[in-house]
Every structure is written in C-alpha cells, then in structure tokens.
Design a binder for this molecule. Structure first.
Ligand SMILES: [Zn+2]
Length: 134
C-alpha cells in the first residue's frame, strides 16, 4: 500500500511504519480525558472512542476495545515474546499491542497504544496530536 506519510514526524514514522514503541509516560494523549474520538495519525481513520479509554498505569494510552473493524490484530513473535500487534486496518500502521489484562467488567482486553500514532478530535472538532516530538 502506498500512503502519504509526509505529514508525520520522524517519531511517528518510526512507530507507525517501523513498529517502534514510544517511551512510556511521554505521550501527549496519555492522560487525556476529554470526550471525543481517536484517529490514526497516518490515515485519519477513527480507531477508538473516549468512552473506552481507561487508566491502565502502563504509561501508554489504553482502551478496552477498538471501533469495530478499525483495528486489525496480528500475532507478533518479535522480541522473544508472544504478543498481539494492533494495526490500523485502513493503512496497516502499527499502533501498539493488545493484552488480556484489561478491565474485567468490560472486555478484559487492554489495547496498549502509542500516543504518537493517534490524533484526538474532541466533540467540537478541535484536534490534538498525540505526538510530542512536533
Ligand atoms: Zn491508519
């Protein structure tokens, strides 16, 4: 697939295209509690909604589910670990990983997502980039 990544910072490209992981606790959207939606920083697809975000204490924005069909899950056996990779269905961008230690009262899943791979849009249409390197 060919995507225009020219609007992305080097940090965002490293995460979204080279599957890097941002430093925990560094993301601009980590503690964001506003109502709105989270979009792929590369292609702008809507990936998560604010009502599924929770504070996991991990240092990365965490969600207990994704917008239906927006996030693809792939087995990831890199780094000598068995993990599940979360990928933007639309552009294939790497978002983070999914773990089975999420809130038990909802899905039990934790989508552990790099802040810099997200753009937040509040209900008034204001945008906040999750990337702090810009
Ligand atoms: Zn995308």
């Amino acid at each position: 697939m060919d995507h225009d990544d020219s609007h992305l910072s080097p940090q965002q490209r490293k995460v979204l295209r080279d599957k890097a992981t941002e430093t925990p606790g560094s993301g601009a959207l980590l503690d964001n509690k506003q109502d709105g939606s989270y979009h792929c920083a590369a292609c702008d697809a809507a990936l998560f909604t604010s009502d599924t975000k929770f504070d996991s204490g991990s240092g990365w924005p965490s969600f207990d589910r994704a917008v239906e069909g927006a996030v693809e899950l792939k087995p990831d056996n890199s780094m000598f670990m068995k993990r599940t990779e979360a990928v933007c269905t639309n552009c294939g961008g790497h978002l983070g990983h999914v773990f089975e230690d999420g809130p038990r009262d909802t899905t039990g899943q934790r989508f552990c997502i790099n802040s810099c791979s997200l753009d937040f849009e509040d209900n008034a249409g204001n945008r906040t980039s999750g990337d702090t390197s810009q």
